[in-house]
Design a protein around this ligand. Structure first.
Ligand code: KG4
Ligand code: ZN
Length: 333
C-alpha cells in the first residue's frame, strides 16, 4: 500500500510517499527556519501562511521524487494534532480534499504517535514492548509502548519541553534559533561537570519532568556573570546540556526497569543530539538495555513518520471523515 503523508503542525511543511508503512520512497521537508529565526521562535500566523504557499509544491515534489503517479497512491495521512491550529489546518484540509477528490481512505494522525513510528523506519527497529521518549520543542513525554497502537503515558513535562529549554537557553546566550544544534556543537569542547545546574524531580517512581528551574538557574548564572567570554559561553552550554541529558537518561532507564523492558527508543527533534543518544546508550548498556534512535533526518518533524502511522490506521479502519477537525492539545494513552 502506497501512502501519501503530510505534516504541517509547526514550522515545517512536509510530504512523503511511504510503501507498506516502512519503505520511504520520498520525504520532502520545506523548513521555515529562516523566517522564524529573526523572532527567536515560531510565529504561528507566519507559519500558517507559509504552509499555504508551500503545501502544493512540496506534495508535487514528493510524488515526483518517489517516481510514482497520482493513481499509484492508495491512501492519505495527515497530522491532525497536537500543534498550531492554523498550521495544522493547512495540511489536514489539503489531505482531506486530496483524499475526497481521489476517493481514497484518509487517516488523521496523532503527531506524537507518529514520532514514535519514526523508530520503525530504520533498519534497526525496537521490538515491543519498549519505553519511548518523544522529546521535541513542544513535548517531553515517556510512554510504555506495548503494541502498534497502545501507548501508555508514564510521564511528561510539567512546564517547558526539553527542546524549548535548549531554545530558551540559546536565546539567553545569543546563539539564535533553534538552539539545540548550536548548544550541542558548542558544548563539545567543554567539560560538562564544571557548573552544577539543578536536576529536578529525580525521586524514584516519578517519570515527570520539569525544566523551568534549570532554565532559571542558567538565567541567574548569566545575570551574575554578565561579561562572559566565548569560552565561558561554551562552558554554560555544556553544563546545561549535561543537566538535561542526565535527567532524560535517568528517567528513561528507571522507566525501563519499572516496566521490565529491555529497549528504549528516543524520537523527536532533541533525539538528533548525538551526545544525548551516546550517553544514554552507554548508561543503558550497563543495565543490558538497548537504545534506538531514528536516522537524523527522521528525528525532527517529517511526513514519512505520518505516513507510517497512517498506514496502520488505514489497515485497522481508523479513518477520518470530512467533518473531522484538527486539535491543538492532547495526550495519547
Ligand atoms: O521535533 P521538532 O523538529 O519539532 C517539534 O518541536 O515538534 O523539534 C524541534 C526541537 C527544537 O527545540 C530544537 O532546538 C531541538 O528540537 N533540537 C535539538 C537538536 N536538534 C534539534 N535539541 C538538542 N540537540 C540537538 N542536536
Ligand atoms: Zn514534532
Amino acid at each position: 500500500m502506497i501512502v501519501l503523508g503530510i505534516e504541517s503542525s509547526c514550522d515545517e511543511t512536509c510530504a512523503a510517499i511511504v510503501k507498506d508503512g516502512t519503505d520511504i520512497l520520498s520525504s520532502v521537508i520545506a523548513s521555515q527556519i529562516d523566517v522564524h529565526h529573526k523572532y527567536g521562535g515560531v510565529v504561528p500566523e507566519l507559519a500558517s501562511r507559509m504552509h499555504v504557499e508551500a503545501i502544493t509544491p512540496v506534495v508535487d515534489e514528493a510524488i515526483n521524487k518517489a517516481n510514482i503517479i497520482l493513481e499509484d497512491i492508495d491512501a492519505v495521512a495527515a497530522t491532525r494534532g497536537p500543534g498550531l491550529i492554523g498550521a495544522l489546518l493547512v495540511g489536514f484540509s489539503f489531505a482531506k480534499s486530496f483524499a475526497f477528490a481521489r476517493q481514497l481512505p484518509f487517516a488523521g494522525v496523532n503527531h506524537l504517535e507518529a514520532h514514535i513510528y519514526s523508530l520503525f523506519l530504520g533498519n534497526l527497529k525496537p521490538e515491543f514492548p519498549f519505553i519511548a521518549l518523544v522529546v521535541s520543542g513542544g513535548h517531553t513525554n515517556i510512554y510504555h509502548v506495548t503494541s502498534y497502537d497502545h501507548f501508555e503515558l508514564m510521564g511528561q513535562t510539567r512546564d517547558d519541553a526539553a527542546g524549548e529549554a535548549f531554545d530558551k537557553v540559546a536565546k539567553m546566550l545569543k546563539l539564535g534559533y533553534p538552539g539545540g544544534p548550536v548548544i550541542e556543537n558548542l558544548a563539545k569542547t567543554k567539560d560538562p561537570c564544571v557548573i552544577k545546574f539543578p536536576r529536578a524531580l529525580l525521586e524514584k517512581g516519578n517519570f515527570d519532568f520539569s525544566f523551568s528551574g534549570l532554565k532559571s538557574s542558567v538565567a541567574r548564572y548569566i545575570h551574575d556573570n554578565p561579561s562572559f567570554t566565548k569560552d565561558e559561553k561554551a562552558q554554560i552550554a555544556a553544563s546545561f546540556q549535561e543537566a538535561i541529558i542526565d535527567v532524560l537518561s535517568q528517567k528513561l532507564i528507571r522507566a525501563a526497569q519499572h516496566k521490565n523492558c529491555r529497549r528504549i527508543g528516543v524520537s523527536g527533534g532533541v533525539s538528533a543530539n548525538k551526545t544525548f543518544v551516546n550517553k544514554l546508550s552507554q548508561k543503558a548498556k550497563y543495565k543490558k538495555i538497548d537504545v534506538f534512535a531514528p536516522a537524523i533526518e527522521l528525528c525532527g518533524d517529517n511526513a514519512a513518520m505520518i505516513a507510517a502511522r497512517g498506514y496502520t490506521m488505514v489497515q485497522q479502519g481508523q479513518l477520518c471523515h470530512l467533518d473531522h477537525d484538527v486539535f491543538s492539545r492532547t495526550k495519547i494513552d
